[in-house]
Design a protein around this ligand. Structure first.
Ligand code: SAH
Ligand code: SF4
Length: 381
């Protein structure tokens, strides 16, 4: 930090470096994107700036996706505060991840971005535009600790949690891009299905979703936001107890403990039995439908017997099952479409709505973590 450097030089001469250095080292600029509206109000109030201006700043950041606050036509008190407080070496900054790679699907409806964060970590964000609906898929962690064997992110391992602002910034980036494609289109849907496990980063994710669904900002309706989880049982129960308004999607992939554990190592911590029990409790507390994600992997979880067991496992749960064709990774192959349709028929006959997840545009390596993995290979070559 600029401040720390200055302090160090001055204090070295006076010989008191050791005791004061700690103070200068604790100077940590904060992202304005990390703040909820009420936190922003507090921050501005501490600087003598009233609520009216906090609203103007919130709208500029979240509704207008502004990254250049100095250029805004704010009233003098806010303009002064922005000048004194926001920018490199000042107390606050804006999260503006740099696009280091972008790929577009051949139909032009899907764009996948590799974004570089302030510390150099890279994450993926996808803007999807099929069926007339605009959806953003965001990452919640750099890497992932859950280690699913078919997932490129899981194979990278865990690096760190994302801050709320780093999650919000992905949505704002997608909105900026959408504005350049068609200013009339609105981003109305969001899925937390990028890199990372959202329920392993609960507080940051909830804080980000609060900002993203705020009607004075991005205004993505909470019921249009889907949180996808590998099955972090305590967090599923917490979502229910806190009556969070978002949709829940549970990535299941196995109908027995053994079948699931072979694909999803996290199920050794939270067993299939515990997960299904948590889903039943979630349904009972919230009265909401749960979406189950099932990535079809040839010879691993796509047999008619597995489908029949899945029907029994979910019996009594208000469930919708999404079948996802595998994006082939490390030795795993996707299910043949005929086998997949047989699987689907059994679930439907068992009484469950069951659809194939849209994979149009998947020619852009849209599997979770695959662009980053591919980029690494390209860099090595
Ligand atoms: N960690 C969360 C959300 C991110 S993964 C979760 O696991 O649910 C989002 C979805 O992508 C999950 O359902 C996951 O199983 C699926 N997925 C991961 N890698 C995939 C691949 N190679 N092909 C198809 N689906 C994949
Ligand atoms: Fe993590 Fe989800 Fe990938 Fe599993 S599928 S490793 S939980 S990101």
């Amino acid at each position: 930090m600029k401040f720390a450097g200055l302090f160090e030089i001055e204090l070295e001469c006076t010989g008191v470096r050791g005791c004061i250095r700690g103070v200068s080292d604790t100077f940590q600029p904060r992202s304005l994107h990390d703040l909820s509206f009420s936190e922003l109000v507090e921050v501005l109030a501490a600087g003598g700036v009233i609520l009216h201006h906090a609203r103007a700043l919130w709208r500029a950041i979240h509704r207008d996706c502004e990254l250049d606050l100095a250029s805004r036509d704010f009233l003098p008190p806010l303009k002064r505060w922005v000048h004194e407080s926001v920018g490199e070496g000042k107390a606050y900054f804006l999260d503006a991840p740099e696009v280091v790679d972008e790929i577009r699907s051949s139909d032009g409806l899907t764009r996948k971005f590799l974004l570089r964060l302030r510390d150099g970590q890279t994450i993926e964000t996808v803007l999807m535009g099929y069926d007339g609906r605009q959806t953003v898929c965001v990452s919640t962690q750099a890497g992932c600790a859950m280690g699913c064997v078919f997932c490129a992110t899981g194979q990278m391992g865990f690096v760190r949690h994302l801050r709320p602002g780093e999650i919000v910034a992905q949505v704002l980036h997608a909105r900026r891009v959408l504005k350049t494609i068609d200013p009339k289109k609105r981003l109305r849907n969001m899925v937390l299905m990028g890199m990372g496990e959202p329920l392993h980063n609960y507080d940051a994710v909830m804080s980000a979703l609060g900002s993203i669904s705020d009607v004075g900002g991005c205004s993505i309706g909470p019921t249009k936001i889907s949180i996808s989880t590998v099955g972090v049982v305590p967090s599923i129960l917490r979502l229910a107890e806190e009556q969070r308004p978002y949709r829940l999607a549970v990535s299941l992939h196995g109908s027995t403990e053994e079948e699931r554990a072979a694909l999803v190592p996290a199920s050794k911590r939270w067993s299939l039995a515990m997960l299904i029990d948590a889903c039943r409790q979630y349904g009972a507390i919230t009265g909401k439908r749960i979406f189950f994600e099932w990535t079809l992997i040839a010879g691993k979880n796509d047999s008619p017997e597995t489908a029949a067991r899945l029907v029994e496992l979910l019996r009594g749960i208000d469930a919708h099952i999404n079948l996802i064709p595998l994006n082939p990774t490390g030795g795993f192959a996707g299910t043949q479409s005929e086998t997949g349709h047989e699987f689907q028929k059994i679930l439907i006959a068992g009484g469950f709505p069951c659809t194939f997840r849209q994979r149009r545009g998947i020619d852009v390596a849209a599997g979770c973590g695959m662009l980053k993995a591919e980029k690494r290979v390209r860099a090595t070559v």
